[in-house]
Design a protein around this ligand. Structure first.
Ligand code: ZN
Length: 467
């Protein structure tokens, strides 16, 4: 699919177009990414080093926490002072920098946020993880980081050869929805939204709130007739099973896009069988944005190495080789609002052997194991993604961790680890928040527990269905 011509800034400059400023900036980065995706490993590492050094100098200059850590690892903390180090020397110092854990980010949050951003980095916003570790991680992010996030989203469209004139349907949570019942909540938009619509004239897009029975979601898909559908793999699996079970012929789809969790192994095959469409997944996190894209040609994962420095390490902290599975350590390169150097994101990945059949030489991950989440069963017996008012529940500061267990079709138990007993008011807040979010027909109860055991892969299963 050839790329469409970008928007033109003024008449008479339509081909080749002179795009308006925001589109021009995105396209300028995209052009550089087209070059860097074919760099050899050492070339890429050297190209990335000045960016990493700028981040390190900024972190050390603003935050004593990072100054101490970087100096202890043997780095000069002023920009450019490490330029004389060979790649091997530099890598050895980098590897001695301790891994930053999620618990550290939670407890040291204020010490990790900078007071002042460099010129041009914009203002500070916030990303909050969904809380797969029980308590969410709050990450300060700059406007500039968001800009890079957009540039990499454009790259994803380009890599996957998407026809931006098509219709894009996202099934996710629509925060604008007020009443949770079994009705369908569908929002229609004139274009795909940023970044695609900033650069190109795109087709329409829709946001379908997932809080509806799967049967109703499938009906809506048949009405919308999307070319692209983006949702959680666990929900996509239910949609496909429902369509197959009921003999529903789904409208033609160009591509299904899985985000937010690992894909069940049977999903890609079922997607081909039922929908005749390929499944492409994106490995992303609230802390970092996109970290790897599944290759359309090769099926494995390409690390977005120009956006984040990603390492996979074994139990002893050594870099894993091809075929080995280890912990994912990530250093986002452009977020100067809260520099995270060697942050352990809590996922496992299996290192792949390069290069990929597509010709891109970016590092390859063979697999990103993880468990797809359970779905909530409604009292009617239908399934939908679990939503129980996570953020409202976690507003109660005494709650250190939580886990939600569906014990029966009409019964949900909130298991809480608390640092001090909840007041009557706090208990009522938790029960009401969860009850409102789950919708009618559920009895919600609280159980206090000493600890919540991590599942395979080191993550907490935030929601489990045991019925
Ligand atoms: Zn590839």
């Amino acid at each position: 699919m050839p790329l469409p011509t970008p928007h033109a800034a003024f008449p008479g400059a339509v081909w080749p177009a002179i795009p308006p400023t925001p589109a021009a900036a995105l396209l300028a980065v995209l052009g550089q990414l087209a070059e860097s995706q074919c760099m050899e490993a050492d070339e890429l590492a050297m190209a990335r080093r000045p960016q990493l050094e700028a981040l390190m100098a900024h972190a050390a200059g603003q935050l004593p926490f990072w100054r101490k850590r970087l100096e202890a690892a043997g780095f000069e903390v002023e920009a450019g002072k490490n330029a004389g180090l060979s790649l091997a020397e530099w890598n050895a110092r980098w590897a001695s920098l301790p891994v930053l854990t999620r618990a550290e980010v939670q407890s040291l949050e204020a010490q990790l946020r900078v007071a002042k951003l460099p010129d041009g980095h914009g203002v500070v916003g916030e990303s909050v993880t969904s809380g797969s570790s029980g308590r969410p991680v709050r990450i300060a992010r700059s406007t500039l980081d968001y800009f890079y996030w957009q540039a990499f989203q454009l790259r994803e469209h380009v890599w996957r050869g998407r026809d931006v004139a098509g219709t894009f349907l996202t099934i996710s949570r629509d925060e604008s929805r007020k009443v949770i019942d079994e009705s369908v909540h569908l929002r229609s938009m004139a274009d795909w939204g940023p970044p695609a619509s900033v650069v190109w004239a795109t087709g329409k897009s829709f946001l379908l709130d997932y809080r509806a029975p799967v049967r109703r979601l499938v009906e809506t898909i048949c009405e919308v007739r999307p070319d692209y559908l983006c949702t959680f793999p666990s929900l996509l699996l239910e949609i496909l099973r429902h369509a197959r079970g009921e003999g529903i012929e789904l409208p033609p789809l160009k591509e299904a896009i899985g985000v937010g969790e690992a894909s069940p192994p049977e999903l890609a095959g079922l997607c081909r069988e039922v929908w005749g469409a390929p499944l492409c997944s994106t490995y992303t996190a609230a802390e970092t944005g996109a970290m790897a894209y599944q290759c359309r040609e090769g099926g494995r994962w390409h690390v977005q190495a120009e956006k984040s420095f990603i390492e996979v390490i074994d139990a002893e902290g050594r870099a894993c080789g091809p075929g080995q599975t280890g912990r994912v350590i990530v250093t986002p390169l452009h977020n100067f609002a809260m520099p995270l150097l060697r942050y352990e994101i809590g996922d496992l990945a299996t290192v792949g052997e390069g290069p990929c059949v597509c010709g891109r030489t970016l590092p390859v991950l063979e697999a990103i194991p993880g468990r797809a989440r359970d779905l909530l069963m409604l009292p009617s017996g239908e399934l939908r993604p679990p939503y129980y008012g996570h953020n409202a529940v976690m507003q109660v500061r005494s709650i250190r961790q939580h886990q939600v267990i569906q014990t029966a079709r009409d019964r949900v138990c909130l298991r809480l680890v608390v640092v001090q007993p909840l007041t009557g008011e706090e208990e009522a807040h938790v029960l009401k928040s969860a009850g409102d979010a789950l919708g009618a027909g559920f009895v919600v109860e609280i159980e206090y527990v000493e600890e919540i055991v991590r599942g395979a892969g080191g993550k907490f299963a935030e929601f489990e269905r045991r019925c």
